[in-house]
Design a protein around this ligand. Structure first.
Ligand SMILES: NC(=O)c1ccc[n+]([C@@H]2O[C@H](COP(=O)([O-])OP(=O)(O)OC[C@H]3O[C@@H](n4cnc5c(N)ncnc54)[C@H](OP(=O)(O)O)[C@@H]3O)[C@@H](O)[C@H]2O)c1
Length: 159
């Protein structure tokens, strides 16, 4: 099963200078709780952003990285895929969360079954943006409001 998880500001911004332009500990906790024990599939820039922040891949999760660089060096246990088709084929039996960044969200939003979106109530300046969530395709199934942000789940209308 493939899901997608992202924190998205009101202007669709998700990043600035390869970082997330807000600090909401409750959202990090939600991300952790939701993805724990699962496979986290991400683009190379997001992987490097995590490494620069944590000094290691996300703990207690299986990390899969998409890059065209066949010689890309990663810590033991991290899997590398050179295309999304290869990743989706190889990971089909796993519980996979697409974890960004912008280029990966854009290429996979039509291939996943569930969206876990944290809607952030700000409009920060940024350089990376989430694609439009087409409400003809996605319907909201759950929402939990917090001060400054909301956790939302979307499922595909056909499923
Ligand atoms: N708010 C959130 O929830 C959230 C979550 C994650 C990330 N982010 C933010 O998003 C930003 C990063 O997004 P981004 O779009 O710049 O980078 P990205 O999607 O994380 O990574 C881009 C890289 O992935 C590889 N790639 C992408 N598509 C590929 C394909 N089809 N085949 C092979 N390789 C592929 C390429 O690496 P090569 O150049 O090596 O080929 C590409 O340069 C950062 O600001 C980060 O903080 C936000």
């Amino acid at each position: 099963m493939f899901s997608l998880i992202a924190a998205v500001a009101k202007n669709n911004c998700i990043g600035a200078n390869n970082k997330i332009p807000w600090n909401i500990p409750e959202d990090f906790q939600y991300f952790k709780k939701t993805t724990l024990g699962k496979t986290c599939l991400m683009g190379k820039a997001t992987f490097e952003s995590i490494i620069s922040y944590l000094g290691k891949p996300l703990p207690e999760r299986k990390t899969a990285v998409i890059t065209s660089d066949k010689n890309y060096q990663v810590p033991e246990g991290v899997r590398i895929f050179s295309s999304l088709d290869e990743a989706f084929a190889d990971l089909a039996a796993e519980d996979v969360f697409v974890c960004g960044g912008a280029s990966i969200y854009k290429q996979t939003i039509d291939r996943v079954d569930i969206l876990y979106i944290t809607e952030i109530d700000t409009e920060p300046a940024g350089d990376t943006f989430f694609p439009e969530i087409n409400k003809n395709i996605w319907h909201e199934t759950w929402r939990e409001k917090h001060e400054g942000f909301s956790f939302i789940k979307y499922s595909k209308l056909s499923s």
